[in-house]
Design a protein around this ligand. Structure first.
Ligand SMILES: O=C(O)CCC(=O)C(=O)O
Ligand SMILES: [Fe+2]
Length: 292
């Protein structure tokens, strides 16, 4: 068997990282211990298909994306009423309450990403920012919390051939030294092979990495500090993902941007009963919310 083939087989690990959604303690323990987990069958497949079509309509409205391209829409919840059902889903919201350790949550980040066949993937990075002091970018404002987790839905499933995601188990730990033979970039959010230019590395050959394999409806969870990267898309199916997450209401975040019109419209459109969940929503910097 060649190395290339091996990499596309689901590796056997010494611990379990795939769970059913009722296994709350085990899920939280796995994210805490290993930095990631996969929760099987979170969304019913008819809803997955509705979300997939809605996401394509927002992210790739005129089918304008060419082979090899990818596009992200931030603050996706502002553009996708189909996603609002999750905000009204007690089980979904309670899961975040459980993971974040507080009942007092507020709507936080959301995004949808479309990756076309031929797209190049994404370099290794953490979602969490390590910067301190005055914020210099979006993540300095939104992604500084220590117990932040990401929980995207890969609506078309994950496989290394189809722009799949890979994580480095254990890389969320503060004392993680980086992959063998690599050094951290100055902001620590990525790494590069020792002796090369100090910029984020995109190669999917990093020691210790784990490719994930998931089905539509599964939820992928990883700690804010877990390093992850995306394989180049060598398959034929357009990859579609989306996610919506919460943060604890306290400590409050004072955004350095005004509430956007889209954010205001969202808050005016959501039902009153959800107000506790969205009244502290800060959306995203209007200058950065557009599709790119
Ligand atoms: O597209 C993906 O699978 C991952 C995207 C990602 O990690 C990010 O936008 O931070
Ligand atoms: Fe990421």
């Amino acid at each position: 068997m060649t190395t290339a083939t091996q990499q596309f087989e689901k590796p056997e690990l010494s611990y379990r990282y795939e769970f059913e959604k009722h296994e709350l303690d085990a899920i939280r323990a796995c994210v805490h211990e290993h930095g990631f987990a996969v929760v099987k069958r979170v969304l019913p497949l008819d809803y997955v298909e509705e979300l997939r079509l809605a996401a394509l309509a927002v992210v790739n409205p005129r089918n304008g994306l060419q082979p090899g391209e990818s596009r992200t829409v931030h603050a996706f919840v502002e553009h996708c009423p189909v996603l609002w059902r999750l905000l009204d889903d007690e089980e979904f919201v309670n899961f975040s309450r459980f993971m974040l350790g507080t009942p007092d949550l507020t709507l936080h980040r959301s995004a949808s990403i479309v990756r076309m066949p031929g797209s190049p993937g994404m370099q290794w990075h953490t979602d969490m920012s390590f910067n301190e002091g005055p914020p210099k970018n979006l993540d300095d404002v939104l992604n500084r919390s220590m117990n932040h987790f990401s929980g995207p839905f890969y609506l078309t499933g994950l496989h290394p051939m189809n722009a799949g995601l890979a994580v480095i188990p254990g890389s969320h730990r503060a004392d993680w030294p980086g992959p063998e033979g690599f050094e951290f970039t100055p902001d620590r959010r990525s790494f590069f092979p020792r002796g090369t230019e100090p910029k984020g590395y995109g190669g999917m050959d990093v020691p210790g990495m784990l490719p994930l394999f998931t089905d539509p409806g599964d939820r992928t969870l990883f700690h804010g500090r877990t390093y992850h990267g995306v394989f180049p898309h060598k398959g034929t199916e357009i990859r579609v993902s989306c996610g919506v997450g919460f943060r604890p209401k306290h400590p409050r975040i004072t955004p350095p941007w005004p509430l956007s019109t889209y954010a205001k419209n969202l808050m005016a459109s959501l039902p009153q009963r959800l107000k506790p969940l969205y009244e502290d929503y800060i959306g995203i910097d209007p200058a950065q919310q557009h599709v790119y």
